[in-house]
Design a protein around this ligand. Structure first.
Ligand SMILES: [Zn+2]
Length: 291
């Protein structure tokens, strides 16, 4: 059996990001224990131990941390205490601008609280190490669809369905190629807004197949887990973040580390598609995909 961890980056709704990415990172269930242990070891090495890796929040700058003098000379407990003091001062300033300013600050602080003892460079080093690990895992295969939102004429549900259908179909074809009657199960971060839609879509695929295949190698509807406790979902999150940043900003640092893991048939890239509608694109993914 293969487990395929799903995650998305960007929003399918108009505005904000220019792309919406849905990604599946699959590995044989028999590899899970070894890979999970490797992730734990890397997190411990980088002083994050049991905390969730949330790439987008880790790779932000924390200005209140960066203005602390001699921050790197402090131990972890002192670093945390110093950041807490700075944050208190910033909250007091934000309260002069009104309740929504305070609310936004509190949300940012909560999302980044686990990482404030690490400098930007230390956080980046962990994310890079994890991306490098994924890049070397030859039992892992990635499937993703990156849709340019303007090519979908602002239909968020259609954009999401389209991407999901791509990922499910590619996963099915991969399992068929593995052979031996192997089946796959999908696992998704618990996201109440997407859960109903995803489950309904998957039921439809089981009943009638996708546009390209009857998906008899995949069982069940996606299972929902808590990403804070599930390292593989966090890695799928890292990968979907890297993919979106590649298409939106041309950032290659993380993307190049995992690019070799996208499914290929021979030398042809089949596991990653850049959908731009009628707009021509010559990015390396479109070239390797043979558009
Ligand atoms: Zn492209």
């Amino acid at each position: 059996m293969y487990l395929c961890y799903l995650d998305e980056s960007g929003t399918p709704e108009p505005g904000g990001t220019s792309h919406f990415v849905l990604l599946g990172m699959a590995l044989p269930a028999t590899s899970w224990k070894r890979r999970d242990a490797e992730v734990s070891a890397l997190k411990t090495k980088h002083r994050l131990s049991r905390e969730e890796v949330h790439t987008a929040w880790m790779l932000r700058r924390y200005p209140e941390q960066e203005r602390i003098a001699d921050f790197t000379a402090l131990d972890d407990a002192a670093r945390r205490a110093a950041v807490r003091t700075e944050r208190k001062a910033d909250l007091a300033k934000a309260s002069l601008r009104g309740p929504s300013a305070v609310k936004n600050r509190l949300r940012d602080y909560k999302k980044t609280e686990a990482y404030v003892h690490l400098t930007f460079g230390e956080r980046l080093a962990l994310v890079r190490d994890l991306a490098d690990a994924i890049g070397t895992w030859n039992d892992v295969v990635i499937f993703a669809d990156s849709g340019m939102k303007s090519a979908h004429h602002g239909a968020p549900k259609r954009l999401f369905s389209f991407a999901f259908e791509q990922v499910v179909t590619r996963f099915h074809h991969y399992l068929t190629a593995v052979g031996g009657g192997v089946v796959g199960l999908m696992v998704q971060d618990n996201n109440p807004t997407a859960a109903d839609h995803l489950t309904t879509l998957m039921r439809d695929f089981h009943d009638s197949g996708t546009k390209w295949a009857s998906i008899d190698r995949i069982v069940e509807t996606p299972l929902f887990v808590d990403s804070r406790l599930t390292a593989m979902v966090q890695l799928a999150d890292l990968c979907s973040f890297a993919v979106r940043r590649f298409f939106e900003n041309g950032e290659t640092d993380l993307f190049d580390r995992i690019y070799g893991r996208f499914d290929r048939t021979g030398s042809k890239l089949v596991g990653l598609r850049h959908y731009t509608g009628k707009t021509p694109c010559q990015c390396k993914v479109c070239v390797d995909h043979g558009r």
